[in-house]
Design a protein around this ligand. Sequence first.
Ligand SMILES: Cc1cc2nc3c(=O)[nH]c(=O)nc-3n(C[C@H](O)[C@H](O)[C@H](O)COP(=O)(O)OP(=O)(O)OC[C@H]3O[C@@H](n4cnc5c(N)ncnc54)[C@H](O)[C@@H]3O)c2cc1C
Length: 378
Amino acid sequence: MGRATWDLVVVGAGPAGSAAAMSALRVRPDARVLLLDRAAFPRDKACGDGIAPHALDVLADLGLPGVVDDHRPVHRLHLGFPAGPVAAGGMRRPARVVPRAVLDARVRDGALAAGAVPGRRTVRAVTPLPAGEGLLLDGELHARAVVAADGAGSVLRRGLGLPGNGPGHVAMALRGYAPVRPDLADEQRIVFAEQDQPAYAWSFPVGDGRANVGYGEVLRAGRPLSRQHLLDRLEGLLPGATAGGSGWRGHHLPLSSRRPRQPDGPLLLAGDAASLINPLTGEGIYYALLSGACAGAAAVGADDPGRTYRTILRRRLGTHLLHTTAVSALSAVPRVVPAGVRAAARDRRVFDDLVELGLGRGLLGPRALAGTVRGLLG
Ligand SMILES: Cc1cc2nc3c(=O)[nH]c(=O)nc-3n(C[C@H](O)[C@H](O)[C@H](O)COP(=O)(O)OP(=O)(O)OC[C@H]3O[C@@H](n4cnc5c(N)ncnc54)[C@H](O)[C@@H]3O)c2cc1C
């Protein structure tokens, strides 16, 4: 790859990185955009594979409408505790369950079709150059701007001197694929643990006889989570879900309750590298696509990409992030999550509000708040 100068180098070709490359090329079709990843695609990624409709909206805006239309929509969501309460019903807009080996390869193909140049490389170092001159990656790749979309363990974020999330703001989750329990073939099921909120097991039907099943909880200081603990919790909350399972894979989830401040300048953090995972649900694909799209546009279209991107992201997600942070702190208080579920079971609009808060850009509205308080008092 030599000493070429790129208008934009994107490190990481997951949802955030591919969205950044596509968005940059929409703003400036003649831009020279390099899309690097250490992995060969298609590649697997530890994930529940739940794709919120909001994520598909971003992809449509980037020129990839209907990119997973061959995967059947899942309309029904069931939220609750093993011994009640439970809230279940149709979601206003269906979700899809698409293995990441499929989704990410398709989105990356979209970026390559838009003109991004693919590269396989493990980036190890980033060196800022004097103001206005961009950055050097690994001492040899020169870029006017760089989008760090290198995921939860971001090397580039650390290169900026920004540490990763600490205990309380990072979750650990494990997923596998298992024959779907017949009663769970047509719904996304989430079963909350009785303690240590936010913590839950899930079963998301892939549509081919399998379900993506998993369990995740927030890491606490001095309490490491073993693979066996995660598997035991999953089987405890969703009995039979692990039977015949394979492909078990776990990973960290940097939660948006603690985010690094995006600095001014040419290096932009997107997706998990920016800790943009919903602390209530562990949903991160939508935020990765949205932040990647905003970062890519700012990287090639603004005098100070970092400052512009910071402002745009605050406008798009700022209030939502404040609300999810507050609700996740509240959810650690015993009885709050059951009260919220009871409120959602009583009032369909609360159910919809909570889905929007957990999957999209929703806020904690007066209805959900009042319903939860009523549930706590009742
Ligand atoms: C078990 C689990 C379940 C989850 N379930 C869901 C879910 O159901 N729905 C949902 O929306 N979200 C879910 N998430 C969160 C979601 O997986 C992430 O938020 C999402 O993948 C973030 O996308 P990204 O593009 O930022 O990072 P990634 O998808 O992690 O992509 C980062 C890319 O960067 C590459 N890379 C890393 N380091 C380097 C380097 N040094 N040089 C070059 N390339 C590099 C990697 O190979 C990778 O391809 C889950 C997460 C976990 C762990």
